[in-house]
Structures are given as structure tokens and as C-alpha cells.
Design a protein around this ligand. Structure first.
Ligand code: AMP
Length: 415
């Protein structure tokens, strides 16, 4: 018999949701509520190949949850809210509390609340989503799946910053890392592929947000994002790592506040800052038409990725089972992948299979596979990420553990 599970991903002014039939992991409907808190808020529902857009003023996340449930009932995706057997919430920050997903109880919710200072944009919406669902459906297990959890295995020398130790002890300043659900999905996929648990991987999650993960013996050993998702690689609108003195310097030079400069580093830097466009396809089109700033932006992105691959290669002592590209740019940007692999070719003894690389992208018939030749010392692969699947899997497994404490947890079937 099919049971329904709901996945909720609340942003600062948005709420995405998907309803699944389990255990077959079939998506029934997904929705995206945008501009929460504005007079022009609206939402989109997608099901059965159809798309519906509706305008409705939704002032906060509690109202957004009510609208979501109304739509699920009115369209008969559920006949009663009791059809929903488990709810998974994507939560940005698990701090040092959580190295895996957890069932949300009072203590967990308090811990998530205490981490709002580390996720000020995301946590208020996420907490409102959790509390609204708890008040409407108190009996249904709710599971928090953290973006930071996978990275909790990093050794201390890799997650500490060389700043006064009290900043760590009293203010929680350390590297946490993000995109953990994606890095975990790729790691699990690679464990299956190589049929061993102790895989060594360099994972390049390159989307509009981008981060890399060094996986040693099947666990996160290092990652590029830090206290916040601003650190590391050049991204769509984020700067990646910079000399932190730039902040004070620009505050003084341009008469800006720290908040304004931080906002520019998050929202108007990266590809957008250099090339004037944040979408990689637009930057690539500009570069192909001869725009020098766009060409520069792509070279900077390429170099930032190549440098971390070289660093992680050394951290793994040269024993790398695979370098994996994933997310929007990693899965599709054929020429960027080629230039990264070619730039590392003689240093790391890797050899691009140009034809294989050209044949893999979301819009082509192949979406995954190897892009290096048989002679290449390290395999380079493209694997589509699936964070939603990971959230669903944890939610289903943990909700069933709670519902059927004594019985065996069912195995989730792949789509
Ligand atoms: P994500 O955040 O994972 O959804 O990735 C978004 C990024 O993927 C954007 O910068 C897109 O431009 C990029 N992207 C999507 N499709 C392509 C494509 N066909 N070629 C190059 N980049 C792409």
C-alpha cells in the first residue's frame, strides 16, 4: 500500500514542497510558493505534466503551509491530512549538534532555533514551516535533514580557522560546509558503483551555489564552504574566498556598512560581479561572442575548481577513486569540464575522453558517465545529484522507524 510523504524546503521568502507516494518514491505534485511576505506573492503547482500558477497574498510561512495543505486537499492529492505519514524538512544548519538527520522533538527544535544566528536568512522560514506543521499535524513524524550534517566528520585541523580560539568556543566560528545532502548522495552512489565503502572522492558540486568535498574513506575530510556558504569557489553571485581585509577597506573607501559589503559579496559578486551575468549559460554566450570580462569570469571559476582538485588530490595522497562533477554547471557545462580536466592533465596524469565528455548533459541522451579515457590515472565522472531523493529517503526511513518501532524498516525502491 502506498503512503504519502511530504518534503518541505523553506527559503527566506519561499517554500518549495513535493508530495510523494512511498515506497515507490513517485512524485505526485510539487509546488513553489514565492515572494512570501509581499503583496505580489504567487505559487506554482506542477503535476501530471501540467503547470498551474496562482496569485495570492501570503504574508508568512505559516500561511504558506496552510495554502499548501489546502491545495493538496482541493486537488485530491490527499483525501485527508492524515494520509501524510511523514514530513521531511530541509534545514540549512545543524551546527555541531547533528551529523545525520533527526526526528524533530522539542530539543531538536530548540537547537535549530539556537542556530538561527548562523543561518539568519534561512532558519526563520524553516522554523515557521516546522512549527506550523507540528501544530496542524502533531502526531506525524517530522524529520530535519541538514545541509551541514555530512561534513561533521572533518578532522579539527580542517574545520578550524586560525583565529582566537574563543571565537570557536564562544561564538561557534569554524568551517561547517554546506550542500552536504548532495555530497552525501554522490558518495553513496559512488560507494555502490565501486562496491566498497572506503571510497576516496573529489566531488565538484557546481551550480549557482558551488562547493567541493574531499571524501576520504567514504567520509567528508574537507570541504570548500565555511561558516557560511560564501566561502570557497567562485559562484553565480558569491565571491568565494577573498582576503577578509577587503571588507574593512571597502567599508571605508566606499562609505558602506559591513552589512552592505557582505550583501554585495553574497549577491553581486562571483560571475555576476565580473561578467554582469550570474547564469553560467549567459556568461558562456557572452564569452563566446568575445566579451573579455565573461572570458575572465570563466577562467576564474575554472581556476578556483582546479586549485581545490589539486589540493584535495594531495590531501588524499594521490589515491583518488574518482573526481565527480555534479549540479547544474557540473552536469551540463561540457566545455568548462573539458578545460578543468585539461588544465590538470599533466600534473595529475588524467586524460579527457572528449567524445564521452561531449555526450553527457541533462539535455543530451546520456546524463551520467565517465569522461576520461581508460589510460587516465584518475576517473572523472558526471553524476546528476538528487538532494530531494536523499531527503525523502531519510524521512521515509526515520518516520517508519518511529511508526513501526519494532518492525523492520522497508527498503526504499529507486525511481
Ligand atoms: P543549479 O544551481 O544546480 O540549478 O545550477 C544552476 C546553474 O547551472 C546555472 O548557472 C545554469 O546556467 C547552469 N546550467 C544549467 N544548464 C546548463 C547548460 N546546459 N550549460 C551550462 N550551464 C548550465
Amino acid at each position: 500500500m502506498c503512503e504519502k510523504f511530504l518534503i518541505i524546503n523553506a527559503g527566506s521568502s519561499s517554500l518549495k514542497f513535493s508530495l510523494y507516494d512511498m515506497p515507490v518514491a513517485k512524485e505526485i505534485v510539487n509546488g513553489y510558493i514565492e515572494k512570501i511576505g509581499n503583496q505580489d506573492s504567487f505559487y506554482t503547482l506542477k503535476y501530471n505534466g501540467q503547470k498551474q500558477e496562482k496569485n495570492r497574498v501570503i504574508m508568512n510561512h505559516t500561511e504558506a503551509v496552510k495554502v499548501m495543505l489546502e491545495e493538496l486537499l482541493e486537488n485530491q492529492f490527499i483525501s485527508d491530512i492524515s494520509d501524510i505519514k511523514g514530513i521531511g524538512h530541509r534545514v540549512l544548519h545543524g551546527g555541531e549538534f547533528y551529523s545525520e538527520s533527526v526526528i524533530i522533538d522539542d530539543e531538536v527544535l530548540n537547537n535549530i532555533k539556537s542556530l538561527t544566528k548562523l543561518g539568519p536568512l534561512h532558519h526563520p522560514g524553516e522554523i515557521a514551516g516546522i512549527e506550523s506543521m507540528q501544530s496542524i499535524m502533531p502526531e506525524v513524524p517530522q524529520i530535519a535533514v541538514f545541509d551541514t550534517a555530512f561534513h561533521q566528520t572533518m578532522p579539527k585541523e580542517n574545520y578550524m580557522y586560525a583565529v582566537p580560539y574563543s571565537w570557536y568556543e564562544e561564538n561557534g566560528v569554524r568551517k561547517y560546509g554546506f550542500h552536504g545532502t548532495s555530497h552525501k548522495y554522490i558518495t553513496e552512489t559512488m560507494k555502490n558503483y565501486f562496491n566498497k565503502d572506503n571510497v576516496n572522492l573529489i566531488i565538484c558540486h557546481i551550480g549557482s551555489g558551488a562547493s567541493m568535498c574531499c571524501v576520504k574513506d567514504g567520509k567528508c575530510y574537507d570541504t570548500t564552504m565555511g561558516l557560511t556558504p560564501l566561502d570557497g569557489l567562485v559562484m553565480g553571485t558569491r565571491s568565494g574566498n577573498i582576503d577578509s581585509s577587503i571588507i574593512e577597506y571597502i567599508c571605508k573607501e566606499r562609505n558602506m556598512s559591513v552589512e552592505e559589503v557582505t550583501s554585495e559579496l553574497n549577491k553581486r559578486s562571483g560571475l555576476l560581479g565580473i561578467a554582469g551575468k550570474n547564469d553560467f549559460r549567459d556568461v558562456e554566450n557572452l564569452a563566446n561572442s568575445g566579451n573579455e570580462k565573461a572570458q575572465l569570469a570563466i577562467k576564474m571559476l575554472k581556476n578556483s575548481i582546479a586549485k581545490y582538485i589539486a589540493q584535495y588530490y594531495v590531501e588524499l595522497d594521490g589515491k583518488v577513486d574518482a573526481i565527480v562533477f555534479t549540479a547544474g554547471i557540473g552536469e551540463n557545462a561540457v566545455s568548462l569540464r573539458a578545460s578543468i580536466v585539461n588544465s590538470l592533465s599533466s600534473a595529475l596524469n588524467i586524460e579527457l575522453d572528449q567524445e564521452a565528455n561531449n555526450s553527457i548533459a541533462r539535455f543530451k541522451e546520456k546524463q551520467s558517465g565517465m569522461i576520461t579515457t581508460e589510460d587516465s590515472k584518475i576517473k572523472v565522472m558526471v553524476i546528476p545529484t538528487n538532494e530531494e531523493y536523499m531527503i525523502l529517503k531519510d524521512t521515509y526511513d526515520m518516520a517508519n522507524k518511529k511508526i513501526e518501532k519494532s518492525s523492520k524498516v522497508k527498503n526504499l525502491e529507486y525511481k
